[in-house]
Write a protein that binds this ligand. Sequence first.
Ligand SMILES: *Cc1c(COP(=O)(O)O)cnc(C)c1O
Length: 404
Amino acid sequence: MRKTIERNKKIYSQRITSILQLDKGSVFFYWKGRVALYALLKSIDIGENDEVVMPGLTCVVVPNAVIYLKAKPVYVDVSIETCNPSFENIISAVNERTKVIIVQNTFGLSSDVDRITQWAKRMGIYTIEDCTHGFGGTFKGKPNGSYCDAAIYSTQWNKPFSTGVGGFSIINNELLTNSVQQVNKGLISPTVLESLQLKVLIVAYKILINNSTYWILLSLYRWLSKVGLVIGSSSRNEISRVLMKSNYFKSASGTQYSVGIKNISMLSTYLKHRKINAEKYSQFLKKHGKYYVLESLHRNHSFLKYPILVRDREEFMKKAEKNRIKIGDWFISVLHPAYPPFEHWKLNIKLLPNAKYLSEHLVNLPTDVKDINKVVKFLEGNLSNILNFNELKSLGFNEQKLEG
Ligand SMILES: *Cc1c(COP(=O)(O)O)cnc(C)c1O
């Protein structure tokens, strides 16, 4: 048993390093991606009076990991084109207390990672790439995660490939390896019950998530959440306040290795499929003068989702559901999926006008559907609700900026 787990871990690790084109170095596995981030931050030894610079449009578990270590998250406003902060905005948020800069591939999109990492290195600031959306994608020809000192990845349900829940980190800066190993000594193991629950969930998910059961399950899930019988991948402790649970710092289980080996083999197929679908969305949106993911970003992009902007999101989502189109709701809050007020996270929304705008108008088109024409047809019927470039110019959206 123990031996099988160790063997699986090794194989899984090799598959990951091969996709990321790492010649050497280790992969560190955790129960979730957020735990991988926490381990990295702890190994860098951040604490009181330290600041961690991050995008002002992210998942709430990112600032949580920083706050658990008593450091301060500093949020940087994003550009509309990439849903990420620009180099210039990042450096203006840095001061002598900044210990770490977190860069993110939002929906698979990255921005200025090369410039940010080069600059940070000169300044003696660590960089961590949040590649939870972008595993398998590249930035300027190099795999997501290869620019920074370290990177985290997630294998939660909706991420590039899944092990139910799960995550890992890779280290590019060898100086960090030792301290991560030290920090990892504090990991607790998942209980037998937790491992079992995960196994059951993975099997149930596989059986139930097909098109005909999806909508029934969605209503069931909503009802169960409403009456408080299920929790999603984040708990109340994580999204309505900042409280570190005693069993937060948890290692991966054998299930995650064995499922990981199987599902990572599907990644290249998924990526190809997503890219083809995304091209179709782009062509359609471009033809109609609507906001779309710029072509220069396509080359790098893993297209976990396809972000578009709509005027009236509530109406758009309602109609989509009626038409049985699976529209994603990621980043409909600047600290997804937490809601204002954000005082627990020390976030002042007034300082993040673009992130705020995006969080109010973003919807995510599915890239993993078989019948994309159905989605395109739906878009066609709702064109007037989709925002166009002119409407975004006042926010600095620049079609030319990233082309070429
Ligand atoms: C999903 C996600 C995470 C955390 O991943 P988990 O495996 O769920 O902990 C971190 N950052 C971003 C941007 C994410 O979307």
